[in-house]
Design a protein around this ligand. Structure first.
Ligand code: 0RA
Length: 658
């Protein structure tokens, strides 16, 4: 299963990931005599684990877990167990592998275990190149974790005995101790991150559980256990089906309807690399691909994903052409072919190069051709021997092509209208702002005519435009763009935005700097906001991704105490104000607003519109897959759940004063 690579020396990248070694020429496995202390790690932890926030903190766990997984992937261990201890601040990782060697290194006169935990860049130089890893890569993180732990205890069972060694801030406390005779073999590492390095030490059981479960999918046959002492839960992860099981799970949780029965799956070992792919077409209108390199998630994709897309599109195209399946007059694009696709790709490669701001995009060009040339013939063959599935998939693709052409016709119509030379044909009910320069301008999308009226009177007409929406906004989830544009309210909204939609979308044509959704602070208002966000997320996603979309926060209460007036956005806010301001200042007079419509224009300005005093929430998508799943799930059926969704969304949104 593992690669046949020799032991190697790896330099962690700033993200703590092994990158192509730059030290190989300086050190060889035999002559690492220069011991590097762990000081550099404690001085610049970010260089080794990316940072000292939550991600860096969890990185410690991943490093230790990866070592145990490597031991299992090389066939020496069957089980890896992780315990999050009751205090939420310490973790134990145990495996039933060979046990870290405890013999004394002839040159250093120290045990191999001590060297592994105290030497930077030490990875498997103690066994004549015996230390292979799943990707030929990991196993150097132990010293980094040790350096960043206020205390670490390593226990090893091997050679008929149990051994123990303790460290503080990376420095050994005493010698390697023989505890007594013991059966079996294995390694157990307990550590507590150093509070002088990590400002907040709070492990997330959810994060650990998810990572471990994914590991069990990526490493077929591996048994992973998670004991969450904080939440009092135990989990055992074991996936015989590997990626195919993972795919089934993804399709199900995203609530997507599969187009064909059996997923396509492929597993290959090519030279020193390993490749596993599984995908399936669904009726969803988007594409979802999860990718991993050496067990590490690559959220920004890269060459492995590109290879998958390329090979897949070529295979399908070739199938359609050789069987002459494309209807006359319909041209099929790569996007049509990939519409509704849900897929996973996992590669194990010897020298992964990561790039991008978050170092989560694979950059090795050879991986692209490797994946492409493995997927293409395998998929073509699969299509040819699974005729029913092939027919269903091709029908799905032709549907996508037709829908796209219909949408283009509809959006071109809107764009034409928008682009009319000279003055634009703006919707009649839009109260536009006067400014000719876009910077600082805002479009408020307001629920209802009466609220629209107050907003129109209360606004700064130089920079603020108001577009009132009548009645309920159309639920656009699952609708084609052509259908969406048949709706007059939405067509007007897109015309007012000026940036077009679908293939003719162009953010540089957006007529305002910000787009602000303004709805009542009640469940009806939340519903409308959710419907609008669904529209924007599905059909104008760039608007959200570029950070242009905001939620206004109108007050729910007016609180008069003596001569002062305060505004509260919600009940918690109200309680806080009463507690802080009412003391000794007489009786508080509380008014609950029924809706924006009954608010005086001046009040609306003071509380909600005035950039100097208002609050705005910027809408952000933190996890595209999760957002996709939530929208799909909620906008389809359960209406009451939408309220919850939007409230959670608002809480996650970053609060801004703009
Ligand atoms: C170096 C050499 C050998 C095993 C290991 C390291 C090893 C490391 C870790 C880290 C977590 N669990 C581990 N299990 C094993 C091979 C020693 C031999 O030849 O027996």
């Amino acid at each position: 299963m593992g690669s046949k690579k020799k032991a190697r020396v790896d330099t962690p990248t700033p993200q703590g990931r092994p990158a192509k070694s730059t030290t190989m020429s300086k050190y060889t496995a035999a002559d690492i005599t220069v011991l590097e202390g762990l000081d550099p790690v404690r001085k610049r932890p970010g260089m080794y684990i990316g940072g000292v926030g939550s991600a860096g903190l969890h990185h410690l766990v991943w490093e230790i877990v990866d070592n145990s997984i490597d031991e299992a992937m090389n066939g020496h261990a069957s089980d890896v167990s992780v315990t999050l201890h009751k205090d939420g601040q310490s973790v134990t990782v145990t495996d039933n592998g060979r046990g870290i060697p405890v013999g004394i290194h002839p040159k250093h006169k120290k045990s191999a275990l001590e060297l592994i935990f105290t030497t930077l860049h030490a990875g498997g130089k103690f066994d004549g190149g015996n230390y292979k890893t799943s990707g030929g890569l990991h196993g150097v993180g132990a010293s980094v974790v040790n350096a960043l732990s206020s205390r670490l205890v390593a226990k090893v069972k091997r050679d008929g005995a149990e051994w123990e060694m303790e460290f503080r801030a990376g420095v050994p406390v005493g010698k390697l101790k023989k505890l007594g005779p013991a059966r079996g073999t294995g390694t157990s590492i307990w550590f507590r991150p150093d509070p002088t390095i990590f400002p907040k030490i709070e492990f997330s059981a959810d994060l650990i559980r998810e990572r471990l479960e994914v590991a069990s999918f990526l490493h077929r046959g591996l048994r992973v256990h998670f004991i969450d002492e904080v939440g009092g839960q135990k989990y055992d992860f074991f996936q015989e089906g590997g990626l195919s099981d993972f795919l089934a799970r993804l399709v199900q949780t995203a609530n997507k309807k599969p187009v064909h029965e059996q997923p396509f799956a492929l597993s290959r070992e090519i030279d020193e690399s390993r490749l596993e792919v599984a995908f399936r077409w669904t009726e969803a209108t988007d594409e979802t691909i999860r990718s991993y390199v050496n067990g590490i998630p690559t959220g920004s994709g890269g060459t492995h994903e590109n290879g998958l897309r390329g090979g897949l599109v070529k295979a399908v195209r070739n199938y359609i052409e050789t069987h002459n399946l494309a209807p006359r007059g319909v041209s099929i694009t790569a996007e049509d072919i990939r519409e509704g696709l849900v897929g996973i790709i996992s590669v194990f490669v010897p020298d992964p190069q990561f790039q991008g701001q978050t170092k989560d995009r694979l950059n090795n060009p050879e991986v692209q051709s490797l994946v492409d040339s493995a997927v293409r013939p395998a998929l073509e063959q699969w299509l040819n021997s699974n005729r029913t599935a092939a027919e269903q998939i091709v029908a799905r693709i032709i549907l996508a092509a037709r829908a796209r052409e219909a949408s283009r016709a509809a959006s071109a119509q809107i764009t034409r209208k928008t682009a009319t030379s000279g003055r634009l044909t703006l919707p009649g009910k839009l109260s536009d702002c006067l400014a000719t320069d876009r910077s600082g301008t805002e479009l408020f999308i307001v629920e209802g005519d009466s609220a629209g009226g107050s907003a129109k009177q209360g606004r700064d007409r130089n920079t603020q435009a108001i577009l009132p929406l009548r009645g309920k906004v159309l639920n656009t989830e699952g609708l084609s763009l052509a259908k969406v544009l048949e709706n007059k309210e939405i067509a007007d909204l897109i015309t007012a935005l000026g940036c077009g939609v679908g293939t003719s979308f162009d953010i540089s044509k957006l007529r305002y700097q910000r787009v602000i959704l303004l709805a009542d602070a009640d469940s009806d208002g939340n519903h409308i906001t959710t419907l609008l966000l669904t529209l924007l997320y599905r059909h104008l996603p760039e608007l959200i991704k570029s950070g242009r979309v905001y939620l206004a926060v109108p007050p729910l209460y007016r609180i008069d105490i003596g001569k002062e007036t305060y505004w509260a956005a919600d009940d918690a806010d109200k309680e806080r104000i009463l507690k802080e301001k009412a003391k000794g200042n007489g009786k508080a007079d509380i008014t609950r607003f029924k809706g924006l419509g009954e608010m005086m224009p001046k009040v609306l300005w003071d509380t909600t519109l005035n950039p100097k005093t208002r609050r705005l929430l910027r809408v952000e998508v933190q996890d595209a897959l999760e957002t996709d799943r939530v929208i799909n799930e909620l906008m389809g059926k359960d209406a009451s759940a939408r309220f919850r969704f939007i409230m959670e969304r608002a809480e996650q949104a970053e609060e801004l004063d703009v």
